[in-house]
Design a protein around this ligand. Structure first.
Ligand SMILES: [Fe+2]
Ligand SMILES: [Fe+2]
Length: 200
């Protein structure tokens, strides 16, 4: 299944909060750059639709981890957290965070296909995700923690959550890293526990 087909399948897994989730997704799809936004300016999936591809990929990995490690966790929770953890990357409705970079030198030499909208009000991205989602969807405490701290200890400010992570926070953090570093960067895992670039 491709990204768009998986996206539709995953959205259907939200049942208890279908109404609230549906309203948020409708707003994201109609009023923001959700379906077209890249996932970053120059790192992973810095192309049109990159954010959706990343979000669907993380959800897919998270659902696999759930099945193996935490089957009591609801699929609904995994979809809400996995699909929306980076929702803050859209910026705000009507104010996209990423704009096409018009600096040809930066595009050519630094692969910076997008730039951050200079008009944005700065906010930590995970905090922005939580802010946007919680306007529409009621979240459990652990869903809120997982969204806010999904970058784990890669982000210095996240030290405060160290050793206090819920299982969901640990799982979404790992799903995010695995999806971005292994799948999106095109690595394949070898028997001896190293990985190689598929393109080599
Ligand atoms: Fe993120
Ligand atoms: Fe992410």
């Amino acid at each position: 299944m491709d990204t768009h087909e998986l996206y539709e399948v995953f959205k259907k897994k939200v049942i208890k909060r279908k109404k609230e989730f549906g309203a948020f997704m409708q707003m994201l799809e109609k009023e923001t750059s959700w379906l077209t936004s890249p996932a970053s300016t120059r790192f992973h999936l810095n192309k049109e639709g990159g954010l959706l591809e990343h979000s669907v990929g993380v959800t897919e990995t998270l659902l696999k981890l759930r099945e193996t490690l935490a089957p009591r966790l609801s699929e609904e929770t995994c979809v809400i957290v996995g699909l929306l953890h980076d929702a803050g990357k859209i910026g705000m409705p009507g104010k996209p965070r990423y704009l096409k970079n018009d600096n040809a030198w930066e595009v050519r030499n630094r692969d910076m296909t997008y730039k951050v909208n200079p008009a944005e009000t700065y906010m930590n991205l995970a905090a922005r995700s939580l802010y946007l989602i919680s306007k529409y969807i009621p979240l459990s405490d652990s869903e809120a923690q997982a969204i806010l701290y999904h970058d784990g200890q890669y982000v210095e400010a996240n030290k405060e959550v160290a050793h206090r992570e819920t299982p969901l926070t640990l799982l979404v953090h790992f799903a995010d890293c695995w999806t971005a570093h292994i799948y999106e960067d095109g690595h394949s895992v070898q028997e001896d526990d190293t990985y190689y670039d598929k393109k080599e």
